[in-house]
Design a protein around this ligand. Sequence first.
Ligand code: TXA
Ligand code: MG
Length: 311
Amino acid sequence: MKINLANIKKAKKILDKSDCVAVPTETVYGLAGNAYSDRAIRKIFRLKKRPKYNPLIVHYSNLEDLKKDCKVNKNFFKLYKKFSPGPITYILSLKKGSKISKLVTNHKNSLAVRFPKHPVIKNLLKELEYPLAAPSANISSRLSSVSKLDVIEDFGKKIKFILDGGKSKIGIESTIIDLRNKPKILRLGGLDVSSIQKLLNKKIIIKTEAGKITSPGQLKLHYSPDIPIRLNIKIAKKNEAFILIKRRKKNQSNYFFLSKNGNLKEAAKNLYSTLREIKEKKYKSIAVIKIPNKGLGKTINDRLKRASKFR
Ligand code: TXA
Ligand code: MG
């Protein structure tokens, strides 16, 4: 992808003034602000209508900068070497002298950190003297944005500038792993848990279900298209949008395919854009065929389950 340096400069100018810019990442678009600035963080929470207790992910371009803010450990290094930059977010302990705004973490001493891979945000981060706090660029509890147009749909002109980076390649949020003690997955995401398990060579705790909410991303209100969803459906009703995992020969206008041949990565990438399309077409209900519960299929099922509980 060709990088438009003038646009990067423009974004930097806005961010340097503690204002917000929407940025592309390989997972989903983010609503970014200077992680060291209370003013920028307040603005992010306000724009997103996000409850203050729900902490933000901070995005770094390199390890040296991260080490100024967080304590690192063995498991972190292992995962970092293999999977960063990429769709994985680490929960680490904050260092005492860290400059991260207290509002990012709601005064807690853990921080979620990620190294994004998308060239546009990578280039932007290199130009900045601070890391970027960025939640997904959507109004709280709505579908995440995977394109510039999605961001415009949610925020209109309320955001000064949106850096365009095309459609997000992974299309679903990062996998979150808490590394402060025994590694624990807090959110399923764009990185398959089994590849994390393989690398660390042990069974990893997955704690994304109800019970005590450790990561507010676990809230069932998340990722909702605001339309009732029925799961594991073999035959959809006539006027219902029907989401299928792969293309069918006999096509109908209410059929929506997540992938051509049942590829789960491709399906994850298309999930949010498909839900948005169905919403735009004003369907009143959605049926989803059974999605294989393996690899990124687990992440897809997680999102669909939460969305289906919305009503
Ligand atoms: O792929 C992604 O992760 C995208 C891109 C923009 O990086 N970001 C994203 O951010 O999905 P957001 O704010 O929509 O989701 C972040 C999740 C929230 O569920 C939040 O509760 C959790 O991370 N989180 C943030 N800090 C945390 C912490 N210190 N401990 C536990 N969970 C945390
Ligand atoms: Mg989000």
